[in-house]
Design a protein around this ligand. Structure first.
Ligand code: MEV
Length: 313
């Protein structure tokens, strides 16, 4: 059985989303596939293709524990052989880990001939995210399962957003690993030391997210770009940015992007730049400065390749 999931870019509201503020994220046309089959004997086995990494569900490593939690969440009581293959760079803020969990759950429920909703699949995948991130909001797994553009608030039903115009995005890689767990913990420590400051920043982020919804729904790309820049300033004020992220954002704006910010946990990982149409000048500017990147289009009908493939199958 084959399962799939798409990577994500958080456009607005990362980190604050952990504390209940809404966020807007979109699925991208890069993702992860999983294959599962029954095997003869326990223990169950899990392989990340291309990485030489094979574990069982009985070992001590985080990946083994996460695999075990997924088997429990889907209530698999027979031995399985599972493999995943991803197009996403790990620790880059693009939801690689969540896509593995969602693709695995997607394949496992098919093996059991069950038909949960995409939201239920995302919830089962949360067991894996808990092992790696502890306090994950669930946004990565949610977008990995649904694709498209999503209005997400912790504990509430996610709302698919219908874009009236396609979004042309350039994604730039800082080349520095981003650890969600570490960055979420560092913000939690800052919040303990300076609760008023973090509260004010979250309130500002919330108003940006709400204005971004209005801008998205009215296809106001210029405003959307400015809101991205403002969100980046607020994230930098919470010590979530880095030298490389600022360089990437600056290069993107100079090359004509309407706005740019870090996406995901920050401290490294990727930036997202909104372009009026062709993202190539931004990609060229990054490449000239030694950074790699790629472009993705969020179609106005808000379907990602993974979601489309699935509904066609
Ligand atoms: C990570 O992609 C997004 C964070 O907001 C963490 C989370 O929401 O779980 C930093």
């Amino acid at each position: 059985m084959k399962g799939q999931a798409c990577g994500k870019v958080i456009l607005f509201g990362e980190h604050a989303v952990v504390y209940g503020i809404p966020a807007i994220a979109v699925g991208i046309n890069h993702g992860t596939q999983a294959w599962v089959e029954k095997k003869e004997q326990f223990p169950s086995q899990f392989t990340i293709m291309g990485s030489d990494q094979t574990v069982t569900d009985q070992q001590d490593s985080l990946i083994s524990q996460a695999f075990h939690r997924i088997l429990e969440a889907v209530a698999i009581d027979f031995p399985v052989q599972a493999r995943v293959q991803t197009e996403l760079p790990p620790a880059a803020g693009l939801g690689c880990s969540a896509t593995m969990a969602v693709a695995l759950v997607d394949a496992l429920v098919q093996l059991k001939q069950e038909h949960p909703s995409r939201q239920e699949i995302a919830q089962m995948a949360g067991a894996w995210e808990d092992v790696f991130h502890g306090t994950a909001s669930g946004i990565d797994a949610c977008v990995a399962a649904h694709g498209g553009a999503i209005w997400f608030q912790r504990g509430a039903t996610p709302v698919p957003m219908h874009l009236r115009t396609s979004l042309h995005l350039a994604i730039g890689e800082s080349g520095v690993a981003s650890s969600t767990k570490r960055m979420v913990e560092s913000l939690a420590r800052l919040r303990e030391r300076k609760p008023e400051m973090v509260k004010n920043s979250f309130e500002a982020i919330e108003s940006l997210v709400r204005n971004a919804r209005v801008a998205l729904e009215s296809s106001d790309l210029n405003t959307l770009g400015k809101l991205l820049d403002l969100n980046q300033m607020l994230l930098a004020g919470l010590f979530l940015s880095s030298k490389e992220i600022e360089t990437l954002c600056g290069l993107a704006r100079d090359a004509g992007a309407l706005g740019a910010k870090l996406t995901g946990a920050g401290g490294g990982g990727c930036v997202v730049a909104l372009c009026e149409d062709n993202p190539q000048p931004v990609l060229d500017a990054w490449q000239a400065a030694g950074f790699s990147g790629f472009s993705t289009v969020v179609a106005s009908n808000a379907a990602t390749r993974i979601a489309r493939e699935r509904s066609a199958s």
